[in-house]
Design a protein around this ligand. Sequence first.
Ligand SMILES: Cc1cc2nc3c(=O)[nH]c(=O)nc-3n(C[C@H](O)[C@H](O)[C@H](O)COP(=O)(O)OP(=O)(O)OC[C@H]3O[C@@H](n4cnc5c(N)ncnc54)[C@H](O)[C@@H]3O)c2cc1C
Ligand code: SF4
Ligand code: SF4
Ligand code: SF4
Length: 503
Amino acid sequence: MQSKDALIAYNVLNKKIVSNGFCTLCGACEAACPTSAISVEGEKNRRLHDCSEDLDLCPICYEVCPHSEALQLRVQKSVSDAPVKNEALGYYRKIVLAQATDPKLRELSHGGGVVTSLLTYGVEKKLFDSAIVSKAEPENPAKPRASVATVQDDILSAVGSKFFPSPVAKAYGRAVYGYGKTRIAFVGVPCHVMALRKIETWGHKIGDSLAITIGLFCFGTFSMAPLLKYIEDNYHVKPSEIKHMRLSSKFIVQTEKDVIRIPVSEVENIIMPSCRTCTDFTSELADISIGGAYPLDDWSTVIIRTKAGEKFFYDAVENGVINTWVIEQEPEVYERVARAAIQKRTAAIKEAKKIEEKIGYLPILMLHESDAFAHVKAADIMTQKVKTVPANLPISELLQLMAQQHHIGYPVVNENGQPIGIVTLEEASLVEKEKRDTTLVSQIIRRKPVSVKPDDTALDIYRKMSEFETGRVLVLDEADSTQILGMVTKSDLMHTLIENSES
Ligand SMILES: Cc1cc2nc3c(=O)[nH]c(=O)nc-3n(C[C@H](O)[C@H](O)[C@H](O)COP(=O)(O)OP(=O)(O)OC[C@H]3O[C@@H](n4cnc5c(N)ncnc54)[C@H](O)[C@@H]3O)c2cc1C
Ligand code: SF4
Ligand code: SF4
Ligand code: SF4
């Protein structure tokens, strides 16, 4: 007989997530726990009492944790009706560049100030009754304090990024239970947004109060004590002297008197363990995702994913609080965002495979062989009217095309229109900037595209992708193998899994 204790999710949460160091301290487990048995405080996740004395069975804390495999496919349905499905950036409706019209806000945020503008606009217009933000701790401004903001001043005091864990899901729970809020705007990094989407998808009653989610791009958060010690030991700056930190091409630490520029490679080994297996750079489940627009200084990249996000964002634009600009005119911004997203996903999957071998547990959503694939044909899921590029196209023009068409890979054709290979953004972005006008696609092409026939199943495609380590296959005409009928990417396979997951 199974012991009563085995039916309590906390044991699994503790064994797989907390003890293995995967907890990023979001506080979703605390917010969702029906017996108040968990406390996320400081850098600790603790059990306050043994909940199995109150309950025979409870799956909640493990299922809502963003790092558990539970609900990972079902949560994707919150965004999967969007018209675009991009392998690097997820589902979306539009991508634009944006900035707060208020220059003071841009200066304070050291970015576009878009998140703060949207939140202050939403509170002023009563589109929501509160916002979950991460303010700076007065005695240690680099440290976030997750807070329930109800007025503009609260929101303004949270401007700027803090690169340490912020228990925003716990603050969300406090907004519902403690303050009785029913229309909450939530701001967080991708794992925070995942936690809130899981709470919603699980059907937990606190999920009903979520009005809008704004997700931030994220390369990782740092373990606080080790990073502050590193900065103190190597740059002689005490934690109390740090005014704020920000990320540009370097990790920048600002004090009252000085600006210290630390190469990201110096500190990247101090990011939290979960961040190494995290595949999401752009908050793929948020209503609106916002991140930097390097090399443009005071602009942000905004990815609008849901109808609710689109309505809210353009309301704010029409009311003059936000300026927008077209990303299609800024190929370098698109290149950097897409490349960062691909690199993060590739590195995370590699790391996750190592971890799976070591501890027999895979903490991320990965494409896997599924029964759903056996009944779906290539012709049903392929993108038709595939855009191709000629082999003699210069790399600078290829990158411009990618930004205009929001693609990250193309089949390459010869002068007779026959497929001769594949070119991707990853390879193109490796070509040095000065050489991009003179280097041609033919010089970086991956020869021999992997192909399937229209009647082949998604399972055949999955196996070919695994065997040839590629993210896309061409669907060729059976009668004339020089004719491209379509293309299937890993995103198309993932979409098939999402569509077939229980609703
Ligand atoms: C840990 C972290 C890593 C990031 N990594 C990248 C990256 O690699 N590339 C990139 O382009 N962008 C990254 N960003 C996003 C970027 O720093 C900006 O937050 C984003 O561009 C929005 O800018 P803004 O000027 O519109 O925001 P602002 O108007 O300044 O508002 C920032 C909002 O972020 C919230 N916030 C601050 N710190 C945290 C935190 N730790 N957890 C949850 N919410 C927080 C605040 O509540 C505030 O509302 C990261 C952000 C964080 C917090
Ligand atoms: S009662 Fe709380 S701690 Fe216990 S399993 Fe449920 S959610 Fe987890
Ligand atoms: S839900 Fe959040 S706080 Fe709880 S274990 Fe998971 S990451 Fe940690
Ligand atoms: S990298 Fe992923 S796990 Fe780490 S803080 Fe960012 S979203 Fe969370």
